[in-house]
Design a protein around this ligand. Structure first.
Ligand code: CP
Length: 315
């Protein structure tokens, strides 16, 4: 069976922990699955711009012995109305895995339904699992070296966007406390709110309540790439979100030794002040680097468990 990586919620704690352990080994110079992409090609389809996702996947594919193939969707027949299903079937005859950054959840699910090779979600309107896996790896490096996250508190401040959604999924499966301080008009979708019930995840209004005693403070741009129509950052949105800015006052109520994370790109003076972004608690560059390591582990997981020539072995 084909093994996709579409969302964190599709995988159990043991699988996610195994991916993180492989990423740790890869980062520290070990060679797990070093040739897993040897002789293989991975297509990367971008409907939206990217710096980190494109470069980290492209470098990671090379490091695992494979060949990356980057395509912009508007340059493909997809941009002229060829169906996603037909595109999936055609590409499956040429390449060994597909990574896609798309504006719509339905495009990702259709691609995965019709592809006979692994499909990886490189961001969609509702989630950004590769990024949040890198965040969880960063949190493990700093706060939970044995991947035991119990007792840790993460606070998300700002827009209840696609990255927030993947944090909710991660907290539920990997068992850490998550407070989200979001304006009610920008709260996560109802299905995610249902997921929160009965867990150690809370959605609160007050940013200081969320930040209080937190080990990790996370935010994201107010003009999220997860937005269906693009990158709107209207005055109304800015007004709604202003109260949720991460600044020195917010960091002051966190736990001693707390860290600041951000998906990037960051807009200093909006979702976070320059003092926080460039301050001593910021771990944003470590977080960005971890995209490379964790995505290599995700690609290895997909190929070993359901790629072309899969052996069926564990990650
Ligand atoms: N955070 C993130 O996904 O970065 P890019 O948009 O540059 O890929």
């Amino acid at each position: 069976m084909t093994c996709h990586f579409l969302d964190i919620a599709d995988h159990d704690n043991a699988t996610l922990t195994a991916i993180l352990a492989d990423a740790d080994a890869m980062k520290s110079g070990g060679k797990p699955h070093a040739d897993v992409l040897a002789g293989k090609t991975v297509a990367m389809i971008f409907e939206k711009p990217s710096t980190r996702t494109r470069v980290s996947f492209e470098v990671g594919i090379h490091q695992l012995g494979g060949t990356p193939l980057v395509m912009r969707s508007e340059e493909m027949q997809l941009g002229r109305g060829e169906t996603v299903a037909d595109t999936a079937r055609v590409l499956s005859g040429y390449v060994d895995a597909i990574m896609i950054r798309t504006s719509r959840h339905e495009i990702l699910t259709e691609l995965a339904s019709y592809a006979s090779v692994p499909v990886i979600n490189g961001l969609k309107d509702r989630s950004h699992p590769c990024h949040v896996m890198a965040d969880v790896k960063t949190m493990a490096e700093l706060k939970a070296p044995h991947h035991d996250f119990s007792g840790l508190k993460v606070a998300w401040l700002g827009d209840g966007n696609n990255v927030a959604a993947s944090w909710i999924e991660a907290a539920r499966i990997m068992d850490f406390n998550l407070d989200l301080a979001v304006p009610s008009a920008l709260a996560p979708d109802d299905d995610l709110m249902d997921m929160v019930n009965g867990t150690s995840i809370r959605v609160v209004d007050d940013p200081m309540t969320a930040a209080s005693d937190a080990d990790v403070i996370v935010t994201d741009t107010w003009s999220s790439m997860g937005m269906p129509g693009g990158y709107s950052n209207s005055g109304d949105r800015q007004e709604l979100l202003r109260r949720y800015q991460v600044n020195d006052a917010v960091m002051a109520v966190t736990k001693a030794g707390s860290v600041f994370m951000h998906c990037l790109p960051v807009y200093r003076g909006q979702e976070a002040t320059a003092e926080v972004v460039d301050g001593p608690q910021s771990v944003i560059w470590q977080e960005a680097e971890n995209r490379l390591h964790v995505q290599k582990a995700i690609m290895a997981f997909c190929m070993i468990n359901g790629g072309t020539g899969a052996t069926g072995a564990g990650a």
